[in-house]
Design a protein around this ligand. Structure first.
Ligand SMILES: [Zn+2]
Ligand SMILES: [Zn+2]
Length: 309
């Protein structure tokens, strides 16, 4: 049995350990000069993996993008960590019943659709059904666009972004969020047949035009594709970020374990062995004003996804 002095000592130790752990929480959140929202994180297999990533990378809140198999897990993470996570539901639109899966997950608390990543045309009937559902339910749809393989034998994902301005125009009640190789490659009007083009950007690309012309079209900065865009033509990138400061949202799409690059298996030189969240946030800091950085890393996503601050 503890005597009174031992008991008080134990209480003081518990209190001080709580103080230590809460300051450890506060530290990563301010590392980037304010609260950061990551709109593109995928659920982890290991217990607490999502938390390890946001804490390690200095991110305060994240949107978990699920597949049919991971929706239940994401729901659980959101329920156990109020205010730190929200979730989107994806589904493979080439499989029967995809729309029913999306509809069911929206009813279960998903606040958006995504990421949509299937071997389908971005303007085909399967994806058009998703755009109609997004409009009906007033939720955004986040789309992975890719026209050229990242490795030999890889197929396209939501192919045909060059035709997408017509889709956005025809669906004014749907809120679209563009992401992925082809979204970033098409910031240029000159698009070589490679997933991650380098070198100077030729103005007038389809993605740039959609962000300028359509109030219902937004951009997600995540993944090597977003990081590559920031690197390939920094002068263009700085102006692009300023021009679209109300439309772009930070996301990482990083698969590292600890928010410091552990287990990041990509061979792509800009992110190999690194945390994509850290690399992209560092590049954004370099290329934007403090006000624009805040909009892209917090305000735009908070407003669009109605997350509250
Ligand atoms: Zn993706
Ligand atoms: Zn990471």
């Amino acid at each position: 049995m503890m005597d009174r002095r031992q008991l008080l000592g134990a209480v003081a130790a518990a209190v001080s350990s709580r103080v230590v752990s809460s300051s450890a929480w506060a530290k990563p959140a301010s590392e980037w000069g304010g609260t950061v929202l990551d709109i593109h994180l995928h659920p982890r297999r290991d217990q607490g993996g999502e938390f390890n990533h946001i804490n390690g990378s200095g991110v305060s809140k994240a949107v978990l993008l699920t597949r049919a198999e991971t929706a239940e897990h994401a729901r659980d993470v959101v329920a156990k960590n109020p205010g730190r996570f929200a979730w989107f539901s994806g589904a493979d639109v080439t499989k029967p019943g995809a729309i029913e899966v999306l509809r069911k997950n929206l009813a279960a608390g998903a606040i958006g659709l995504g990421e949509l990543k299937s071997h389908a045309a971005c303007d085909g009937p399967e994806m058009s059904a998703v755009y109609r559902l997004a409009a009906e339910m007033s939720v955004p749809v986040l789309i992975h666009f890719a026209d050229f393989p990242q490795f030999e034998g890889e197929r396209t994902w939501n192919s045909g972004i060059i035709r997408f301005p017509g889709v956005v125009k025809a669906n004014p009640k749907t809120t679209f969020i563009g992401h992925g190789d082809a979204f970033w490659a098409n910031t240029s009007n000159d698009v070589p047949e490679t997933p991650y083009p380098t070198g100077k950007i030729k103005p007038g690309g389809a993605s740039d035009r959609m962000l300028s012309e359509f109030p219902n079209f937004y951009g997600d900065m995540s993944a090597n594709s977003g990081r590559n865009f920031l690197d390939r033509d920094p002068d263009f990138a700085a102006k692009f970020l300023e021009r679209h400061k109300a439309k772009l949202m930070f996301g990482c799409d990083c698969n590292c374990r600890d928010g410091h690059g552990a287990g990041q298996g990509s061979q792509q030189p800009l992110i190999a062995g690194k945390c994509v969240a850290r690399e992209t946030l560092t590049a954004l800091k370099r290329l934007t004003s403090q006000a624009t950085f805040r909009r892209i890393t917090l305000d735009n996503g908070t407003k669009l996804l109605k997350l509250g601050s």
